[in-house]
Ligand binder design. Sequence first.
Ligand SMILES: [Zn+2]
Length: 167
Amino acid sequence: MERNHDYLFMADAMLGKIARKLRMFGFDTIYDPNIDDIDILASAKCKGRIVLTSDRLLFNKCKKNGVDTILIAKETEIENLVTIFSTLNIKSVNSQNVPYLCTCCNGLLDTIKDKNSIKDHIPARLLQSGKIFYMCTNCKKIYWRGTHMENISSLIKGINIKLKSLN
Ligand SMILES: [Zn+2]
């Protein structure tokens, strides 16, 4: 799998949930709950990342410093995600490759070919269910397609419907 390099994000400390969703959709997103505004600005500027923030002060600081930024101020998560994509003129989210990046560390996920290699980490019943498993190449967290992923698919469907209605 490859990272989507078209858009690189940096989420502020309040936006952990949004950061995890963006990673799942394949968008490289830096998120550190302990990072301060100055570091966000400096890092975003040097790496060309788009700052996502719910803090109007930080938003204004970014603007002043020539850093791309999107204000996350809607009430629901889906509306905020739609705001991000519509601001960037992204017409739809591709659900084919979900999950994509590790929701914990932003690392790349690899499909696990030899299921025996993870038998000590996954209940046998689950392992034999025929699901596809993925492992983060960085922190080794294991993922699989399950109920959680179905929720994500329906979230993506909802986002795409809203994006379509904007055009
Ligand atoms: Zn990871």
